[in-house]
Write a protein that binds this ligand. Structure first.
Ligand code: TYM
Length: 332
């Protein structure tokens, strides 16, 4: 094994193509070479208001989406965060390690809190220290994520370094972000300058793993584009964010590079490219969608997987936490 992977996904609404191409598909491939721990981060999800029904349903649905995409709960650890108390305990210690100035720089907090920052939860503000504890509670060496999580990972590294230096120990490894290729930032289908996101109010902005083939085709048909044919070089896509995004998605779905796609579609209009993209997306996503639906009909299986995963995760992270308490001098 080349190291230990940790990564997480929030159960907030539907998993979408950005989550799949930017993160989950890579998680599946990494299972071959790494010891993998994947977490449905339900405690992160309550940093913004959620009903209890939403949280329960979305937690199970994300677990189903991960398994349907190829995460194997027999070889990887798959669990939900709230069943493993070491995450919250370590987060408190990291709240005492991280500096206010570090958290004040987090762009995701600024984006999510918006103008009414006074009304944001304290949890949303300290979200990145909980994320650092998710990773470091397992002494993970590698963290595969999409581009948007880069700043949070830099903070995790700063926290690990600060903890090690406060106690004069090289206790925590400094985890490496793994951000892969063209799909590390999939953009909205309605606006090529903003990220595809679960929280966008327009469902037409994203392809959900739950969407039917008809919905996928319709969403690509309605996706914002422009009136020019596709160019022959990447450079000519620079001022065309929507076209660039659709080419990037095609490349990622077909595991080719963008040059190959432009070689095939250069000179052709969106009337030809969009249906080809929709067919490709359906061929990749339909089997996942079918499996996801099947799994959602067997909630007791999903609950069992998460319970077993949580037990395995606890046994690793409790040992790390106990070492941390000893290092900081808590009487045990
Ligand atoms: P979350 O739930 O927003 O997203 C899960 C994963 O999907 C990636 N992603 C994207 N990749 C490409 N294009 C997009 N449009 C796109 N949208 C999302 C994210 O980068 C992420 O890898 N804070 C994290 C969850 C988390 C976590 C952790 C991750 C909590 N603890 C520890 C890694 C390690 C989040 O909100 O991801």
């Amino acid at each position: 094994m080349k190291g230990r992977i940790f990564s997480g996904v929030q159960p907030t609404g539907n998993l979408h193509l950005g989550n799949y191409l930017g993160a989950i598909r890579n998680w599946v491939n990494l299972q071959r070479d790494f010891e993998c721990i994947y977490c449905v981060v339900d405690l992160h999800a309550i940093t913004v208001p959620r009903t209890s029904e939403q949280l329960t349903n979305d937690t199970l649905e994300v677990a189903a989406g991960l398994i349907a995409s190829g995460i194997n709960p027999d070889s990887s650890i798959l669990f939900n965060q709230s069943q493993v108390s070491s995450h919250s305990e370590l987060a408190w210690i990291f709240n005492c390690t991280a500096k206010l100035g570090w958290l004040n720089r987090m762009t995701q907090f600024k984006e999510k809190a918006g103008r009414n920052k006074e009304n944001a939860s304290v949890g949303l503000y300290v979200y990145p220290t909980l994320m650092a504890s998710d990773i470091l509670a397992y002494k993970a060496t590698h963290v595969p994520v999409g581009e948007d999580q880069k700043q949070h990972l830099e903070l995790t590294r700063d926290i690990a370094l600060a903890f090690n230096s406060s106690y004069n120990k090289s206790f925590f490894p400094i985890p490496e972000p793994q951000i892969f290729g063209t799909a590390s930032r999939v953009m909205s289908l309605r606006d090529g300058k903003s990220k595809m996101s679960k929280s966008d109010i327009s469902d037409y902005s994203r392809i959900n793993l739950k969407d039917t083939s008809t919905e996928i085709s319709l969403k690509f048909k309605k996706a914002k584009s422009d009136s020019n044919p596709l160019p022959f070089s990447i450079k000519e896509l620079e001022e065309r964010p929507e076209a660039r995004n659709l080419v990037g998605v095609y490349a990622a779905l077909s595991s080719k590079n963008e040059e190959d796609i432009l070689r095939e579609f250069g000179g052709k209009g969106f009337g030809i490219f969009k249906p080809a993209l929709a067919d490709l997306a359906v061929s990749v996503l339909e089997p996942i969608n079918n499996e996801l639906r099947k799994l959602m009909n067997d909630k007791s299986y999903l609950i069992k997987v998460l319970k077993e995963g949580s037990n395995k995760a606890s046994s690793i992270s409790q040992t790390v936490l106990s070492d941390v308490y000893n290092i900081i001098g808590c009487v045990r």
